[in-house]
Design a protein around this ligand. Sequence first.
Ligand code: GLU
Length: 482
Amino acid sequence: MSAASRPDPTSGATPVVTRIAPSPTGDMHIGTARTALFNWLYARGRGGKFLLRIEDTDRARSTPEATQGILDGMAWLGLNYDGEAVSQFERAARHVEVAEAMLASGAAYKCFATQEEIEAFREEARAKGESTLYRSPWRDADPATHPDAPYVVRVKAPREGVTVIRDEVQGDVTIRNDQLDDMIVLRSDGTPTYMLAVVVDDHDMGVTHVIRGDDHLNNAARQMTIYEAMGWPLPVYAHIPLIFGPDGKKMSKRHGATGVKEYQAMGYPSAGMRNYLARLGWSHGDDEFFSDAQAQEWFDLSGVNKSPARFDTKKLENICGQHISVMDDDEILSEVDGYLAAAKFPDLTSDQKRQLAAALPSVKGSSKTYPQLLEKAHFALVQRPLELDEKAQKQLTDVSNGILKELTPHLQSGSWNREALEGAINAVCEAREIGFGKVAGPLRPALAGRAVTPSVLDMMLVLGREESLARIAEFTAKCPSA
Ligand code: GLU
């Protein structure tokens, strides 16, 4: 393959078109999400297009649920694609057309070998210690000798020399052509194979950069045969290393969640997920925490590591926490809705939504996930009568009763702002010669039904005077008298 036939990735002359081409055969894998993200970043950072193609040619394994899962996953991760999602299966007629064009030009041929003949060929090759790659006797047969029998269409792969995959991540990868087989492009029932469909679709969709998992590297050499046969320009290839688990093996269920949906159901913010997945196998100096705009500006194939990245849940959580703390409240509220639906929890009522919105400023700075956020905002989401957890019940004492009763008049008058509330608590501290924590001790369970809560001042500010006083009265009514 001559280098001249490839577009120059650095020239900027051709507008960039990337794509993600998942097979809808199960839950959308986190690795697919990362590949989609890299393609999205690459295109968006260059004013290019990012396309989605559903590779549903394998009818036995493709399901509409899996396709929906991909669409949902892309939507959750904010990976907006241009135009409509393309169904590969629906393009079968076009794939056949290309196979026929290759037949007509002599770049492909009809192979009438039966399964038994192919097996016999392989047995013999094995016995002789030779390559078992099938070499069809029909490759150079005169069409006049063709029988009236079922056939497959094979592409004529080069047998001499080498094929060099100029890969933007792996470097030049050289494959000896005597290791390429004449792969089947049309099966005996006339249906196109996946290997043909990928190339035809990428060409027709104008894909300039194929960024995908390195498990497809060997396919690239074989797919290049079709580009060559059709005289089509090759895309720029970038085969990225797969994601590994902490033990250095390919990320699988053994390591925990692998499905994109599972991450949404665990309550990670999508911006944090994008940031973490971008860092998983790509780096820009020492930057760990960044925005989409920065990632789009910085992302380049030269920053993609050659060795596999290891998934690290702690890092994911840290990055997610940083994102939640700077996200707009509206965005958090809408993502919380999505999280609750994904986790199959009931929706928040409109009152709870209002209360959560009020509580956000005091809880978003310290939450790494949405379940943590909701846990911290628990005080705002519950209604009287409050249920007291075990630790809160321990505060139902005469001492608590005395402290809270003394605090009450201070809260009944004066302003309802941070300084005034702090002053009210300090007044009790001074009168009783006790520290702030001794007042906060019973005040937390009174306000939240729990002993571990955000700051008492934050809670009172969110709840307001009337509700705070009502909760304190409800609590003291349960305490033994002072
Ligand atoms: N459908 C393939 C997969 O899900 C991707 C093929 C490609 O990106 O070229 O692994």
